[in-house]
Design a protein around this ligand. Structure first.
Ligand SMILES: [Zn+2]
Length: 334
């Protein structure tokens, strides 16, 4: 490994920046940037208004939905397939599957014989809607660490989905609507598609979920029979209804008489969160790496230096430093 003069990625007010290639990684500050490399379409990684966007081919319909508006000039978005190499300045770049949601990418950057990888958000668990995470050997890893405490360990995804199916069927016996909170981009489609191994019954969805299901369909991911809930939809008894988490306690949910509610999230791993969310049941399903997957990934990449881009990761940094990892926060990327 040849030592570079400066870091390939530095933390600036506008976000993580590569001076050698003049681009930003997932810039979400209010300032407009010239070139934004986008790992995936979640709002904490994607913001409208930049000049040029570069993302994976499969992310394109999601970016179109999320940052383009009908009456405005569409954003300038360039796409590449996984593994396809392109250059910005003297930096050799490629996208690789992150297993987080459809089209999600890790970004591999090579400069001066040194390889840096930015994970974006990622998971190692099963997901029938996207390509599995790829381990990329690297010198420096910039990683997410949303769930950076040992308590966050996920049960098997398939068995949690089976539990959702049984929960729905039990509620159906009493004619109750089963309202399941799941993030409209990624989580909802992952659960809907996985439920198809148990049933082809129609699922009812909130409009925000339908919008993303349509984007998924454009790149060949079909979640099976479902119907968008409109003013005309009247019969909710015994139905499974997929809702964005925020809509469960909103006026939108009032029409589901005699409903029972649940939330699918990694946060359901912690007792008390279910009650705080005001739902009756929690399913532990996350699109992020759990503690074990984070540590395993750090090892498998062989990275000599690891930077975590989420806040509040001191416990993880301390624990892993004791185990011999060279790990710190992206705040130190100066
Ligand atoms: Zn995400």
């Amino acid at each position: 490994m040849k030592k570079t003069q400066t870091n390939l990625i530095i933390k600036t007010k506008k976000g993580l920046y590569c001076p050698q290639g003049d681009f930003y990684l997932d810039p979400v500050s209010r300032s407009k940037v010239e070139t934004a490399l986008i790992s995936h379409g979640h709002a904490d990684h994607l913001r409208a208004g930049h000049k040029h966007y570069i993302c994976t081919e499969k992310s394109l319909p999601i970016l179109n939905k999320r940052i383009d508006s009908p009456n405005k000039q569409p954003h300038n978005i360039k796409t590449f397939g996984y593994g396809e190499v392109f250059h910005l300045g003297e930096v050799k770049i490629s996208f690789h599957p992150a297993g987080h949601i459809l089209g999600s990418a890790q970004i591999r950057m090579e400069y001066n014989d040194e390889v840096w990888v930015y994970t974006g958000d990622f998971k190692r668990g099963a997901d029938p809607t996207c390509e599995p995470f790829e381990v990329i050997p690297c010198d420096v890893l910039i990683s997410e660490a949303t769930f950076s405490l040992p308590v966050f360990r996920w049960p098997d995804f398939e068995s949690e989905v089976e539990s959702i199916y049984h929960w729905w069927q039990e509620n159906k016996k009493e004619n109750k609507p089963s309202v399941l909170g799941a993030y409209s981009l990624g989580k909802a489609q992952r659960i809907m598609k996985a439920l198809r191994q148990f049933t082809q019954e129609e699922i009812l969805v909130h409009g925000a979920v339908d919008e993303i299901c349509q984007a998924y369909k454009k790149v060949g991911v079909d979640v099976g029979p479902y119907q968008r809930i409109t003013k005309e939809t009247k019969d909710f008894a015994g139905q499974l209804i997929i809702s964005p988490p925020s809509a469960i306690r909103s006026s939108w949910s009032k029409k589901f008489k005699n409903k029972t509610t649940a939330f699918a999230s990694g946060w359901m791993r912690v007792r008390g969160n279910r009650r705080r969310r005001g739902v009756e049941r929690g399913f532990i399903i996350s699109d992020h790496a759990d503690w074990d997957s984070l540590v395993r990934t750090f090892r498998e990449t062989g990275a000599k230096k690891i930077f975590l881009f989420h806040e509040n990761t001191q416990a993880m940094q301390k624990h892993l430093t004791e185990q011999g990892f060279n790990i710190s926060s992206t705040k130190e990327l100066v």
